[in-house]
Design a protein around this ligand. Structure first.
Ligand SMILES: Nc1ncnc2c1ncn2[C@@H]1O[C@H](COP(=O)(O)OP(=O)(O)OP(=O)(O)O)[C@@H](O)[C@H]1O
Ligand SMILES: [Mg+2]
Length: 345
């Protein structure tokens, strides 16, 4: 059983740049937490601070209720898998995986047993004598994971471990990592900037922007109840539409009680029909087939624009230039304060 608690972490670099602001979160036992956010928002810095590779400027990190904030990295019982794998090129796969145990002066016999067990688990048995230069990206990645799990740490940190893999291998490895998490029964903190990965892998997701946590919640809540405009725009593909209060009222046929708002509507929640809405006729300006879905762009005289996503099979023949009526049920509107960008409904 493992857990991590991070409170009010601030990180100011020597050049006075502040990369983390009051980052706070508590894991549940053995939770898979995904950290997601745009490039430069502080994801790697947060992992490096947790691993002890960077000092915190202030704040506290507890692992299984022990305060490790001032501990050396190797005393923290935390392992990290880096984006570029950071394997030692002159060592064999066996020695790369064994390295953390050698560092801890574990007897040779015991090392051999453990490396073989990990190699079995990650399907690396045939590769133990090879050197990293002769391996594929996916194989290197498994070696890096092997090196991280061999010490059986309490917490695993993954910094975009799949970003060098092609789409097929990514999907396969995602599933493998979820399995590994179930087997190891530890906390995984997993950084990605791929929102699909975040939604599919995380028990909970931390969305970050400019060094600040925007929302820490389940994938369902992040998607269905985004805390603010940033989260609403960042998570979801195709992106949420943003429209004026007046237009949202027309689309939904209802009155929005709040003033000075921005209203969001997910593309899949818009119906193309001729029911509730009035004055909501738009012109189809483009149609894009994405396989199982199609994206329809609907133009309202250049003032408003909607992107609608529908399963290809349910959309009647729609052509560019057609006039269509759109509607949205009122429950599907996301209402945000125009000034603060915070969610209101
Ligand atoms: N040693 C450092 N000194 C000063 N600024 C730094 C240092 N390391 C990182 N930064 C800055 O801190 C911010 C966060 O960087 P970080 O690497 O954590 O981002 P990230 O979210 O991991 O981005 P990416 O998705 O591109 O990997 C960036 O603006 C970066 O330039
Ligand atoms: Mg990074």
């Amino acid at each position: 059983m493992a857990n991590i608690s991070v409170s009010n972490i601030n990180k100011v670099f020597e050049n006075n740049f502040q990369a983390l602001y009051d980052v706070t979160f508590n894991s549940n036992e053995n939770e898979f937490i995904v950290i997601v956010g745009p490039s430069g928002c502080g994801k790697s810095t947060l992992l490096r601070v947790i691993a002890g590779l960077e000092q915190t400027t202030s704040g506290q990190i507890l692992v299984n209720d022990v305060d490790v904030t001032s501990f050396q990295p190797k005393k923290r019982d935390i392992s990290m898998v880096f984006q570029n794998y950071a394997l030692y090129p002159h060592m064999t796969v066996f020695d790369n995986i064994a390295f953390p145990l050698k560092l801890h002066k574990i007897p040779k016999k015991e090392i051999k047993i453990k490396v073989e067990k990990v190699a079995e688990m990650l399907d690396l048995k045939e590769l133990l004598k090879r050197k990293p230069g002769t391996l594929s990206g996916g194989q290197c990645q498994r070696v890096a994971i092997g090196r991280a799990i061999i010490r059986e740490p309490q917490i695993f940190l993954f910094d975009e471990p799949l970003s060098n893999l092609d789409a097929d291998l990514r999907e396969y490895t995602r599933v493998e990592l979820k399995k590994l998490h179930n087997e190891l029964k530890t906390v995984f903190l997993y950084v990605t900037h791929d929102q699909i990965e975040a939604l599919t892998m995380g028990d909970r997701i931390i969305v970050m922007k400019s060094g600040k946590v925007q929302q820490f919640d389940t994938p369902e809540n992040i998607y269905n109840k985004p805390n603010n405009v940033f989260v609403a725009k960042f998570i979801g593909s195709p992106k949420m539409n943003f429209v004026s209060k007046e237009f949202a009222e027309k689309l939904s046929g209802s009155v929005i009680a709040h003033q000075n708002v921005k209203v969001g509507v997910r593309p899949e929640h818009i119906n193309i029909d001729n029911s509730t809405s009035k004055d909501c006729t738009g012109i189809v300006s483009s149609i894009e087939l994405l396989g199982k879905d199609i994206l329809v762009a609907i133009d309202y005289g250049g003032k408003d624009m909607l992107i609608v996503s529908k399963p290809s099979c349910v959309v009647e023949k729609i052509n560019v230039g057609d006039s269509v009526l759109c509607s949205v049920c009122v429950e599907c509107l996301h209402v945000f304060d125009k000034k603060t960008s915070q969610r209101l409904n």
